[in-house]
Design a protein around this ligand. Structure first.
Ligand code: NAP
Length: 336
């Protein structure tokens, strides 16, 4: 069975995902696309193949008989609307992060999915499919380094556009560390504090860059997170988990290497598309393989809600500099 996916939003990541669903992933095709920029959707459809329909809007696409599953890659403000419509249509849906920008929108999605009675939604937290992160998790789960004590995260990006704000550090970037922290440690984040370091001279004056956050976990484990939006040198993600008996560190993949003059020089990935390209592929493949078996495989709507909840409190922490406690609604049974 081939899963016919309808893609909402044919911008950067929507186009990347659509290409993979047609050309790389086993068991899927793209049957429909839509974007508010219709010309762009038409261009992407033409590049994907002759049988890809271009729809006027996301709701018509979700309702269409040619769509078995929905992939939401439009801007974050549209995610709740299209996720809710997909649940109402009883169709599996993968929503790029964030599940929605606000907690009330995420809670509406949880309520709709619970009313539906079983999971339909996954959220695009692709780092869970990165071999480095998976190895750190496997090492912790095997007991090799004993109980977790501290998690250190680093997330560096070469440059950002002027429109990037100090709050987006939390909502757009650290949301990935928030998800990997919850997933690696298997517990919720219960507090956040943000301590701004000395600013780089290479950022726009309005932007606090780099940014540094401290997340407290239910068990008392601390997770540190540096986000450096304009580090200049490339895209660099690091993760080290300190346990009672040792440490486990993510090893970045070598994307290219030069040996000359008595030195090995490894290239740093230029951006997130190169660094996490294989993780996006693995995430899509896991989703499609699951759908073909009648299963929903991937981070849940609860994971999306919890991440958004932390970013909301994280924005408060950016404003105040204080340690902010985080609480959650009760976790519905279908997510336990
Ligand atoms: P993008 O290049 O701006 O693409 C978004 C597209 O959605 C644009 O073409 C936009 O059109 C369109 N759009 C806006 N409103 C729409 C609507 N109501 N219906 C249909 N299409 C609509 O952004 P992107 O970088 O691809 O990001 C898209 C989403 O993916 C964001 O939520 C982002 O956070 C997420 N993302 C996740 C990752 C990850 O690592 N998991 C990486 C990148 C992006 P206009 O430009 O005309 O507004």
């Amino acid at each position: 069975m081939t899963i016919r996916v309808g893609v909402i939003g044919t911008g950067l990541i929507g186009t990347d995902h659509a290409n993979k669903l047609v050309n790389v992933i086993n068991g899927s095709t793209v049957s429909a696309v839509t974007d508010v920029n219709r010309a762009r959707a038409e261009q992407v459809a033409a590049e994907l193949g002759p049988d890809v329909g271009v729809f006027d809007n996301g709701h018509d696409l979700i309702a269409s008989d040619v769509v078995d599953a929905v992939l939401i890659c439009s801007i974050g403000e549209t995610h709740a609307e299209y996720t809710l419509a997909s649940i109402a249509a009883g169709k599996p849906v993968m929503c790029e992060k964030p599940l929605a920008p606000t907690t009330p929108e995420c809670e509406a999605i949880l309520e709709a999915e619970v009313r539906h009675g079983k999971r339909l939604v996954i959220v695009g937290f692709m780092r869970r499919y990165d071999p480095g992160y998976r190895q750190v998790k496997a090492t912790l789960d095997a007991g090799t380094i004993g109980a977790a004590l501290i998690l250190h995260n680093v997330h560096r990006n070469a440059t950002v556009p002027e429109s990037f704000t100090s709050f987006m550090t939390m909502t757009d970037s650290m949301i990935h560390e928030i998800d990997t922290t919850r997933w690696l440690l298997g517990e919720e984040i219960t507090s956040v504090q943000v301590a701004p370091p000395k600013r780089t001279s290479r950022a726009f004056p309005h932007l606090q860059d780099p940014q540094f956050a401290l997340f407290g976990m239910e068990s008392g484990v601390l997770s540190t997170s540096e986000f450096f939006a304009n580090c200049q040198y490339g895209y660099d993600v690091r993760c080290e988990l300190v346990g009672e008996l040792g440490t486990a560190s993510l090893v970045n993949p070598v994307v290219a290497s030069t040996t000359t003059g008595g030195q090995d020089v490894d290239a740093v990935p230029p951006d997130w598309r190169v660094r996490f390209g294989p993780a996006y592929t693995a995430e899509l493949q896991a989703w499609i393989t699951g759908l073909r078996r009648g299963e929903i495989v991937g981070p849940s709507a609860w994971d999306g809600y919890a991440a958004t909840r932390v970013t909301e409190f994280g924005v408060q922490a950016v404003r105040s500099g204080e340690r902010v406690a985080i609480d959650y609604i009760e976790k519905p049974a279908i997510y336990r």
